[in-house]
Structures are given as structure tokens and as C-alpha cells.
Design a protein around this ligand. Sequence first.
Ligand SMILES: [Cu+2]
Length: 284
Amino acid sequence: MNMRDLLTGNTGKLFTGDMGGHFTGSGLIQAPAADTASTRPPRLMPNTRLSFPTLDEVTRTLHINVTMDDEDGGVLKFKMNDVAWDEVSFGQRPGAIPYLIDAYVNQRSPDYDAAMANYGWDPRSLGFPVRVGEVIDIVWQQTNIDARRSYEYHPMHAHGERYWDLGAGAGEYDPVANEQRFANYTPTLRDTTILYSYNGDGHENTSAWRAWRYRVTEENIGAWLMHCHLLHHMIMGMQTAWFFGDATEVLRNLPQPYIAGYLEYGGSAYGNSSYDPFVLSYFD
Ligand SMILES: [Cu+2]
């Protein structure tokens, strides 16, 4: 096994064969029965975002193709709809600035119209914007037909908000057929589910999908990463940066002066050798 194989997880049966060959189910877990809700502590926020939207409420379906490619210089990168996102290459772009700092300092967030014309992401910021009010299905998909052999298993992880896991399968995602599984069944909220590969078991030449559903409201706006949780895939670019809502809505949720100290290093949120960090205590 060479270094490239180690970095890409190309370890043969150990990774792709085992997962594909033995996995036959949908990977779905059912939400707990409604009567367990009464034992939970009261919520601090309204939970309109946490009622499962059915397919007829979905306003946008975004397919994200996972591929592998050589960047200039022969560096192997994972790409999601043709964009590789990692901290180093993101930070080296001219004018690059973290998403929330950009929102507070420049009142700017990923451009929605530009993203709609570019496979879901904004070319300036590399961010995937979603508007408040959208119900979005995100379909991660990969194929083993790709000569670059991106076909592996990926534990896909989301920050900020859990999603309804719509399941996984070989071939193409069929929203209507898949939705029939939810007639008497509510998917549970997850933050990590696996995009499988399906080598073997009669799936020698196929594609694979994993689908998630989000309802974006005032309650989950922000900048969130969604990425493969294998570290070697992350540093190869298998990450996506999302912006739920826009800069105006982010500032309205967390206005000044509460965030002032976060906008520069050495500010009051961090403290320094001459003063303690500024702390707001809610539970004293
Ligand atoms: Cu991965």
C-alpha cells in the first residue's frame, strides 16, 4: 500500500469491500414515539424547525456529486459539486475571510443568486447559501464509474442543526419512491450518517446516495460545516460550508455589543494579560 492509497482510504476490502458487501439496509433509524416527548425538559426555543416536512413541502433538492481530482501540482482533492474546501486553501484565497466575520464586518454572506447559477455554491465565498423558509433536500451522491475512484464510504457529518435522515441506497435517489417509506414512519434527527459504497452483492457498477432534509428557519441560521468525518478526506477537501439565512439575519440574532469581542484577536471575548474575558452569565 502506498501513501496515496492511505490518504484516500483506498485500502481495498478493508474499507470499500466490507462496507459495501455487507450493507443491505437503508440505514434508517425511526424517531422515538411521540409520547416520550412529555418526559423531556422544556425547550428554550420554539421548535417549528423540528416538525418533519414531507416531500410536498420541499422547496429545493440539491444533488452534491462527490468526485476526486488532481489540482494544479498533482495534489489529490475531493470535490463536492466541483469545489474542494479545506482551511488552508480557503484561507489562501485573495480576500478570504471567515463567514461570520464577513457577516459582521462587511454585512456580507454567500450570494444566493450566484450560487443558484453554480451548482448551489457561491464562487466568491465557496459557501452554499440556504434562505430562511426553504425546505431543502441535500442528496450526497457518488459513483464507482468515476475513473478517479472516489467510490468509498464517508461518514457525513453536519454542524449547527441536525437533519432528518432520508436514508441511503445504491443507484439514483428517487424522491417519490423514497417518500413512501415515511407514510407511517418519521425519520429521526441525526448529525452523522454514512454515504455507503455498494461494491459486490450484484452492485459491481453503480452509484450511491445519502439524502438529508432541513427546514431552515430563524432558529437555525448561521454558518455551518457539513463534511466527511474521516480526517484524511477532510484535509483533501471533502467539506462544504453552508450559510443558513443571510448576514442581516445573523446580526439580528446576535447583535452588538455582545459579539464585539469576537471580531478581533485579543478582544474582550478572549482576554489578555491585562484583563479577563468578558462573560455573560445566564444561569447565575
Ligand atoms: Cu470521506
